[in-house]
Design a protein around this ligand. Structure first.
Ligand SMILES: [Ca+2]
Ligand SMILES: [Ca+2]
Length: 159
């Protein structure tokens, strides 16, 4: 048992499916996560296996607040007495959607905090079928490219 996961521009890690059909197995998604740019605005991750009605999914998205060193003596290092400047937090949002849907108004679940650097969805699957995870670049507060890490845990439909 394991979870599908990905970070920044690395390859996806996938768990090994268990031979026991009653056990829970991960649903790896594709493609691998990429840093988001506003011009892209969102990235979808389609889960490979259909999900089981009545099961639950857990999805977590995290990213970093941007802080910069106020390098008073310009030596490119932190020295005692120097400070950091908070450049704010780009706003990413997280959605669970049916594969065929494209409008977030039709999403099954969402996590859309305006202020946090973490979004999390724990939600029951309403019908057996194909689902996808959407990471949305909601608002740019600092850099135009926003790396992030995304992890999920799902229950594939019974064979
Ligand atoms: Ca310095
Ligand atoms: Ca958000």
């Amino acid at each position: 048992m394991g979870v599908g996961k990905g970070t920044g521009n690395r390859e996806l890690g996938t768990g090994k499916p268990d031979s026991n059909p009653q056990s829970l197995t991960p649903s790896p998604a594709s493609p691998s996560p990429q840093p988001l740019a506003p011009s892209l605005s969102y990235q979808d991750y389609v889960l490979e296996a259909p999900l089981q009605k009545g099961s639950f999914v857990s999805i977590t998205l995290v990213w970093n607040r941007l802080v910069e060193l106020v390098d008073k003596n310009r030596n490119d290092e932190y020295d005692v007495g120097e400070d950091f400047r908070d450049r704010g937090l780009n706003n990413l949002d997280l959605y669970l959607m049916r594969t065929e849907d494209n409008d977030i108004k039709q999403s099954i679940g969402s996590s859309i905090s305006d202020v946090d650097s973490v979004e999390h969805i724990f939600h029951e699957i309403p019908a057996t079928g194909r689902y996808k995870i959407r990471v949305q670049f909601r608002h740019q507060a600092n850099a135009a490219i926003q790396p992030y890490a995304l992890a999920w845990w799902t229950v594939p439909a019974h064979q």
